[in-house]
Design a protein around this ligand. Structure first.
Ligand SMILES: *Cc1c(COP(=O)(O)O)cnc(C)c1O
Length: 405
């Protein structure tokens, strides 16, 4: 007789008691009213007041002076690279574990992507691997603060400085995060954020670059607004962008900016819920063999969350595939599970050109991808989810033989 629900046993939690996510993205009647006003006002684009208010508030929240709002968090990365003068002939170092956009943006500007490995605790760029991959052609590095991890900004900035390499922080997962008391995205030359539907602050689509460098802010603004500076009427630009700055139309819209402006004050409370649930989960699972949660850098002072990694190591979990494990957890009533991204160099969509990136092996990234299942952030909102998840994990551990190949 099987005990595990995936094998026909009785589930720990039936559907009505299954792990409950926070309904995502959050909605409110007040915002719906304001969107209606905005719609009727006709101020939908072109650096609207709403957009400017959001740029200011969001940059300030992360301790930067300027925000440049755009249509998504991929073009923000591309715009940062363009504004920093990166293009053909240059190399940009990117961690192998990230969403493909972090690497794609390097291709868009004609530069070469070089993959570096990650730290097994934070899942973020390993400073040693970064340093080993620097060549005279390296112009930039894009550390990613992935899932619930913040990269070791101290060492990364020190190495980057020493070699004259620019740092663009990909903060798509780290809304509200702080490192050593200061907002993520404010440490590198630019911080890039995404507000795509699944992110911790969500508006369907859109993104922002933050910086405290006026010149860089202006250049990023020109990049997203087809070359125009702010406050110039169409056909009346007082001066052009510097020669060679490739500009696009990547302008953001007022309605997503309104949604985000309204969500921002509630973000800290959501992060506190995620913290509480994560803390409880760590406590309840401390006795599980060869199991751990994604950790934090020692200087992380405010953790942001896109997801939280659960690592299932050998020998205890060594004969169980992630597919079997995921199915077993789901059958017991666990929800909101996701596989990790990457390694990006193996991703089919990243291998559509002549170079075969699959040779750029990063062993830590491969190991983490083979042994990790993530919980999406909205699954961490209710503290009782930690109890349900822990009970399911313990039940599976007690019946591990049922899942072994
Ligand atoms: C979501 C995401 C992006 C890009 O965001 P889009 O707004 O979807 O273009 C970039 N980097 C990471 C790590 C992401 O998760």
């Amino acid at each position: 007789m099987a005990n595990l629900a995936v094998n026909g046993g009785k589930a720990l939690y039936e559907e009505k008691d299954a792990m409950m996510p926070l309904a995502w993205p959050p909605v409110s009647e007040e915002t719906a009213e304001r969107i209606k006003e905005l719609y009727l006002s006709r101020a939908w684009s072109f650096n609207s007041e709403t957009e400017q208010a959001f740029e200011k508030a969001y940059a300030a929240y992360h301790d930067a002076k300027f925000g440049v709002f755009m249509v998504n968090g991929t073009v923000t990365l591309e715009s940062a690279l363009l504004a920093l003068g990166i293009g053909p002939g240059d190399e940009v170092i990117v961690p192998a574990l990230t969403w493909i956009a972090t690497a794609m943006c390097v291709k868009y500007v004609g530069a070469k992507v070089v993959f570096a490995d990650i730290d097994p605790n934070t899942f973020c760029l390993d400073p040693d691997s970064f340093e080993q991959r620097i060549t005279p052609k390296t112009k930039a590095v894009i550390p990613v603060h992935l899932y619930a991890g913040i990269a070791d900004l101290g060492r990364i900035l020190e190495i980057a400085d020493k070699h004259g390499v620019k740092v663009i922080e990909d903060c798509a997962h780290m809304q509200g995060g702080k490192w050593n008391g200061r907002g993520v995205g404010s440490w590198g030359a630019v911080g890039s954020f995404s507000f795509q539907q699944s992110k911790t602050l969500a508006a369907g689509e859109s993104g922002i670059c933050i910086t405290s460098d006026d010149d860089l802010a202006l250049r990023m603004y020109r990049v997203k607004h087809i070359g125009y500076p702010p406050d110039s009427r169409q056909g009346h630009a007082s001066g052009g962008p510097e020669a060679g700055l490739i500009c696009h139309n990547y302008r953001g819209l007022a309605i997503p900016a309104r949604i985000l402006l309204d969500q921002l004050p509630g973000m800290e409370d959501i992060l506190c819920h995620y913290d509480a649930c994560t803390g409880e989960l760590a406590r309840l699972t401390a006795d599980l063999p060869n199991f751990r949660l994604q950790g934090t850098d020692s200087k992380t002072t405010r953790r942001g969350y896109y997801a939280l990694g659960m690592v299932f190591e050998a020998p205890f979990w060594g004969k169980v595939t992630l597919d079997r494990l995921g199915a077993a957890l789901h059958a017991e009533g666990v929800r909101c599970l996701e596989y990790t991204y990457g390694p990006v160099y193996k991703h089919i969509l990243f291998n559509m050109d002549a170079k075969d990136y699959r040779q750029d092996a990063c062993p830590v990234t491969e190991h983490i991808c083979d042994r990790t299942i993530c919980i999406a952030h909205f699954g961490l909102y209710y503290k009782e989810n930690a109890v349900k998840l822990s009970e399911a994990l313990h039940k599976i551990a007690a019946n591990i033989g049922e899942l072994e190949e």
